[in-house]
Design a protein around this ligand. Sequence first.
Ligand code: PMP
Length: 296
Amino acid sequence: MGVSFDKLDGVIWFDGKLVPWQEANVHVLTHGLHYASCVFEGERAYDGTVFRSTEHSLRLKASANILDFEIPYSVAEIDAAKQLVVDRNDLPNAYLRPVAWRGSEMLGVAASNNFIHLAIAAWDWPSYFDPAVKLRGIRMDLADYRRPDPRTAPALAKASGLYMICTISKHRAERKGYTDAMMLDWEGRVAECTAANIFFAQDGKLHTPIADCFLPGITRATVIELAGRRGIEVVERRIMPEELAGFSECFITGTAAEVTPVAEIAQWRFKPGAICEVLMTDFAAEVQPKGRQAAA
Ligand code: PMP
């Protein structure tokens, strides 16, 4: 195990100020900790620039609104704070973790007047782009838990509470030797993975589940755009697990996963090939600040 996250060095943006890493603490009687009134983002900086920063800031604010709270900073302020964290810590290639939560003023189910905190941390996380290695594909299990009905939980928010079933599912998968687990939705249709969206390829077209009961990823949207530029049709539709036997390629998308080919999901097998490769390559170019300028 590496150094524990609370023991790293650097500065963390905390409620409007940069504070030394090890002093960015909260009290044990924090509403966010007890009642999961907490939302967050996962983002990456490539070559000193945060990829799709404003989209992530907008999603953070929207997630908070779904949980009935307002982050007391504008999207522009959050974007600036993220860039400051990257610059001051000298982390051109980093993972960023903005997190917002209700404080300690009231500790019961109702806490409408609690102070809303926002912190932004970042740590070194270069992107390892080796197509030969990635094209071997990861192995995934099928999770027991299903993504909840949007009438049961705030399914479209990036809210901490929704990750409870993801952590349990990922641990179970890892104990069986898998990298991750694919999750079905409340109606038994293919949904996503524990922290990434999923795509399948068949006859030159991509198929991906409609994102109405799980997080519509920013990487997912980027890949749909990139596929469009290549003339690859993307069909967003309901996908039943039995259909997996008919797909040739599969990959997952997410800020952390980027575009990661999949070789195996439970009893189903895939052969990462031309579609995985072209989208991995296009994504790697797109995230570079110069790639983004060239495309604009
Ligand atoms: N689904 C879940 C549950 C996630 O945690 C993530 C990672 N944020 C994604 C999908 C992919 O989202 P994005 O591409 O915006 O990182």
